[in-house]
Design a protein. Structure first.
Length: 174
């Protein structure tokens, strides 16, 4: 049985919001562990993807250097992430700041699209907070990366969860 009820989109939006809030709170309790888990997960997925693409390349493509470039880049990048986790966390933190800028842009776009209907304010607030998080990440980088990566991902999850929950409530009362 699924946690999300797809037949009731408002309930699905609110349930997703609650789950994101809970995950964000857990991340605030253990931010450095969350940073390491994020880095380890990404490195593992890149390694697995590189191996799968290498397998495909070996059995299905012409054996030229250009065909092997993608699996080599994936495997080497994954190895670097897994061998040097602190540097990987710093790099991910920098990428995360760019993600927060893009998240802010997406939230502002959704807010603009929903305005003047209920819920637009919550999307605007989510955009403002995401932009602030992006700027804060850049001010302490790279020294604060292992702490801030987990904290900021967790805070973003909480904000996204609140925004989704409040959007679901606003739609409910339309």
């Amino acid at each position: 049985m699924s946690i999300i009820n797809h037949s009731n989109p408002v309930k699905s939006i609110k349930t997703t919001g609650i789950l994101l809030i809970v995950l964000g709170i857990l991340g605030l309790i253990l931010p450095q562990l969350i940073s390491f888990v994020i880095e380890l997960f990404l490195g593992s997925m890149m390694l697995l993807g590189g191996i799968m693409v290498a397998y495909y390349t070996y059995y299905n493509l012409e054996r030229s250097f250009i065909n092997w470039l993608k699996p080599l880049i994936l495997i080497i990048s994954a190895a670097l992430l897994l061998i040097y986790p602190h540097s990987g966390i710093a790099a991910l933190t920098l990428l995360l700041s760019f993600y927060f800028f893009m998240d802010a842009f997406a939230s502002f776009s959704l807010s603009y699209e929903r305005h003047p209907y209920p819920g637009w304010f919550w999307m605007t607030l989510n955009g403002v907070l995401s932009a602030i998080l992006a700027m804060l990440l850049l001010t302490g980088w790279p020294e604060t990366s292992s702490l801030y990566l987990g904290i900021f991902v967790s805070i973003s999850l909480i904000f996204d969860g609140i925004a989704l929950f409040m959007l679901g409530r606003a739609i409910e009362f339309e």
